[in-house]
Design a binder for this molecule. Structure first.
Ligand SMILES: C[S@@+](CC[C@H](N)C(=O)[O-])C[C@H]1O[C@@H](n2cnc3c(N)ncnc32)[C@H](O)[C@@H]1O
Length: 183
């Protein structure tokens, strides 16, 4: 499999400028497929994120998670991404919400332990595991679970069910696949 240089900002900027439709900057697929993926993610988020839950968006792109969160959600949000062009778009679309331009390992260590109810990672884990390697992901994962009480993993697939990672007594986090069917 050809590895993509996902840790280079220029890789994303290039994708953004080539994209005919905005979503192609992060994932190439026909528009109806993208809409269906967004609907799936809205359903999963609706099931888990409560109105007052704070959300950390790790690798937020242009902050489109804010479009997918439940309508009654009304809490604090922080989006982190190292591509200034994405964050410029995010700030234009969501002037009230907070975004930081920065590298994961520069920004996450600045956050206090457990400062967010949720970290939401859309397509971040597979991107890193497939293109960068397990060790990078392991270190990032450590930071993500340190700063958030729960983690929700979403991926670009219509049949996505989402994976939630929650703290258990031992301090370890346990993963559970979440199913729309159970709703
Ligand atoms: C597959 S895209 C997902 C974007 C967003 N989660 C979404 O679904 O729209 C991966 C994102 O991670 C960001 N990214 C990749 N490596 C990063 C790093 N080391 N630090 C900060 N952001 C990074 C990219 O700029 C890109 O916006």
């Amino acid at each position: 499999m050809n590895k993509k240089p996902v840790l280079e900002q220029s890789f994303w900027v290039d994708r953004l400028y080539r994209a005919v439709h905005r979503h192609e900057a992060v994932y190439s697929c026909p528009r109806p497929v993208w809409s269906a993926i967004e609907d799936t993610h809205r359903r999963i988020l609706n099931r888990h994120i409560k109105p007052a839950d704070s959300v950390l968006d790790v690798g937020c792109g242009w902050g489109r998670l804010l479009d997918l969160l439940p309508e009654d959600w009304n809490a604090s949000y922080l989006g982190i991404d190292f591509v200034p062009e994405f964050i410029k778009m995010a700030r234009a679309d969501w002037p009230v919400n907070k975004f930081i331009v920065g590298e994961f390992f520069d920004e996450l260590p600045k956050l206090k332990a457990g400062s967010f109810d949720w970290a939401v990672l859309i397509a971040i884990k597979p991107m890193l595991q497939e293109n960068v390697g397990g060790e990078y992901w392991t270190q990032l994962h450590r930071e993500v679970i340190r700063v958030s009480k729960r983690v929700l993993y979403l991926r670009y697939a219509i049949e996505d069910e989402g994976i939630v990672e929650v703290e258990i007594n031992s301090g370890k986090k346990q993963k559970e696949r979440t199913s729309d069917q159970k709703r």
